[in-house]
Design a protein around this ligand. Structure first.
Ligand code: TYD
Ligand code: MG
Length: 459
């Protein structure tokens, strides 16, 4: 042990590297996330995506013209779930690296196992590698989600060199790595789950994916404490980043695209966790609005666009007299600062004494939505609760609110209105500008408003 230990400090949130310890990561501004680790071997991290130290696939690439590159649409493989295909940008791309992140226990393994089953049924060769569960555990889970047939192979392994060999031998089209945090390479000195291991392992997987044209799904747990690196460390290395989110006690799950080199981000897929695994929710609006109280004050229906899809949801507000000097405000499912801003607008432009009231704003169903088009709905929910007057439950509201209390245009107004018509809504309060630009719609009464005061007058 004469050799000096080469270590550095890494942020386990974003992977930032620093030669000395700091309390706050300069890159992602998180506190207490720096951990000391042996630095990775330089030579291995410098390998490009087409070369491959251990994979033995190294070939010198010549520069080419784009015309010479052919694109096969068949390269897209359907996962058997429309909701997932949409988030991926119409299917899996061969040779792509997809990161599926999420809290432990949210259903990542379940989702990927079901996808593997679909792919195997469609005649694809799939290899599912688990570093977390034994074959017995996987079988138990598989029994819950239904029969598995076709070329679906399982492997319980954490050593990436062995995994590489297995992939080389079985030549699958799709590989799932269940949790990157359990994988390790022998030539990296740190423990599995550390920043350098996670990075090195991902770079090996990237070489496998690009070199052999295999689509690789990587599961990454979102970690809150400990020294285990989070999935953000590898976000920049993969082609597509999906996050699986949802309340643990609610049954539905939302799959959100955060980064996608092959399609749009912002798309979401909605699933429901049932006894037999995850089931697609084709009409999320209906789902999110079910069980809504009729004629309750402080509850209004808004429309948010997620990617290309309009989704109706319920915005709830509870406004009560403040008992202490400082009013309390909370926002669940939406941006806290935005709620404060909207309350300031109400105070200044409509002369409501919001500073005398506590306010709690919630998007029902535990979903997170941050579209500015929800502004008007939040404002009206707040006013409705403060006055204790219910808004007609067959009304849908959307529009962005500006600082002078004006209601500004939003994108895709027509799609939003059409979705509302589909679900049987009778009236719609929307920005005047958006209404004037829209083609005629039947089956719903539209009220265009210029500012917040006009909108409040309508309810
Ligand atoms: P899992 O896929 O193991 O989560 P992750 O891989 O993200 O850690 O999901 C486990 C949870 O899902 C567990 O709490 C039980 C639940 N579940 C069901 O409700 N129904 C099912 O059919 C399955 C397989 C799991
Ligand atoms: Mg799992």
């Amino acid at each position: 042990m004469a050799k000096a230990k080469a270590t550095a400090f890494f942020c386990k949130e974003c992977g930032y590297e620093s030669s000395k310890w700091v309390g706050q990561c300069p890159a992602c501004k998180e506190w207490n996330t720096m951990v000391e680790e042996p630095t990775a071997k330089r030579e291995s991290s410098a390998r490009g995506i087409s070369g491959a130290g251990t994979t033995g696939l190294r070939s010198v690439q010549k520069p080419v013209k784009l015309e010479e590159v052919s694109i096969d649409e068949q390269d897209r493989i359907s996962t058997g779930y429309q909701e997932l295909d949409r988030v991926l940008g119409s299917g899996i791309v061969a040779g792509s690296l997809v990161l599926v992140g999420g809290d432990p226990g949210i259903g990542k393994s379940t989702l990927l196992l079901q996808v593997c089953r679909n792919l195997a049924l469609a005649g694809r060769k799939v290899l599912y590698i688990s570093g977390e569960e034994s074959l017995k555990q996987i079988k138990l889970r598989a029994n819950r989600i239904g029969t598995i047939s076709g070329e679906l192979l399982f492997l319980c392994e954490t050593n990436l060199d062995d995994i590489e060999e297995a992939i080389r031998e079985t030549k699958p089209e799709i590989v799932v790595i269940d949790s990157i945090q359990t994988m390790f390479r022998e030539d990296v000195a740190s423990a599995p789950g550390s920043v350098s291991q996670v990075r090195e392992s991902t770079s090996v997987l990237m070489q496998i994916a690009k070199g052999m044209g295999i689509a690789v799904f990587i599961v990454g747990h979102v970690t809150k404490e400990g020294v285990v690196a989070g999935p953000r460390v590898l976000e920049h290395m993969v082609d597509t980043v999906l996050y699986f989110e949802g309340e643990r006690n609610a049954s539905y799950r939302i799959l959100r695209g955060v980064k996608n080199r092959f399609g749009s981000t912002n798309e979401i897929g909605v699933f429901e966790m049932q006894e037999q695994g995850l089931v697609e929710v084709e009409n999320p609006s209906e789902y999110l609005l079910s069980g809504r109280p009729e004629e309750a004050s402080g509850a209004v229906v808004a429309c948010s666009i997620e990617g290309t899809r309009p989704i109706l949801l319920e915005v709830q507000a509870l406004v009560t007299q403040t008992n202490f000097g400082m009013p309390r405000r909370t926002a669940a499912g939406t941006d806290y600062n935005r709620v404060n801003l909207l309350m300031a607008v109400l105070e200044k432009r409509c002369h409501y004494e919001m500073s005398r009231y506590d306010a709690y704003v919630n998007i029902a169903g535990g979903v997170k939505m941050n579209e500015p088009a929800l502004d008007l709905a939040i404002v009206l929910a707040l006013v409705s609760s403060m006055k204790d007057k219910a808004v007609n439950s067959r009304t849908i509201i959307f529009g962005e609110v500006g600082l002078s209390g004006e209601v500004r245009a939003v994108s895709m107004a027509e799609q939003r209105v059409n979705e509302a018509v589909k679900l049987g809504f009778e009236t719609c309060i929307l920005p005047k500008v958006s209404m004037d630009k829209m083609k005629k719609v039947t089956g719903i009464k539209l009220y265009g408003v210029n500012n917040v005061r006009e909108a409040i007058g309508l309810i």
